[in-house]
Design a protein around this ligand. Structure first.
Ligand code: 13P
Length: 171
């Protein structure tokens, strides 16, 4: 994906996340890995329903800033996923109420209770608690990223990823 398309699609996804109450306030973050390897990410502390295309941040794959916007404080989580999964081009982190309730209750979504989820997503494991934006969180996620397309993070929320931004959002 090129930068202009990524900027446009991230704004659309941010609005949907907000309008569906998968995020409130400045919760959540979204990123896209561009064809040239750079990353377009939502800016930190910004409502995802009210972003503009020029508010987005650009970094390299190590998280070094390539624009004057400050990327999400959770960028390390996105970069971990890109490192572990060369097939992944977009990451969405949100706090969807039902998924987050599982994460707060310390439960994975790993029981065969809903056929659509089994067929399209598979098991969604629970990564142990790590303070957001620290290595404690990425260390807890790391063993799970290769084997699943969505994760719950204990006492935090959900993250999903895919071959494009819409697959990441849908997951
Ligand atoms: P950012 O605004 O830095 O992306 O953080 C939002 C969030 O969801 C923290 O968990």
């Amino acid at each position: 994906m090129d930068e202009q398309t990524a900027r446009r699609e991230i704004i659309k996804v941010g609005k949907l996340l907000y309008e569906r109450s998968y995020v409130v306030s400045s919760d959540g973050n979204v990123s896209v890995r561009l064809d040239d390897g750079r990353v377009v990410a939502t800016p930190t502390m910004t409502c995802k329903g009210r972003m503009t295309e020029d508010a987005l941040a650009i970094t390299d794959i190590e998280g070094r800033a390539l624009s004057d916007r400050r990327a999400s404080s959770e960028l390390a989580m996105h970069l971990l996923i890109y490192r572990e999964r060369p097939d992944v081009k977009a990451v969405c982190h949100a706090h969807p109420p039902h998924g987050t309730a599982f994460a707060v209750a310390g439960l994975a979504i790993d029981q065969p209770i809903l056929s659509e989820v089994i067929l399209t997503l598979g098991c969604v494991p629970l990564a142990g608690y790590g303070t957001p934006s620290t290595a404690e969180l990425t260390d807890a996620m790391q063993p799970l990223v290769k084997h699943h397309n969505a994760l719950l993070m204990a006492n935090h929320g959900a993250v999903a990823y895919g071959a494009d931004i819409w697959q990441a959002f849908d997951r």
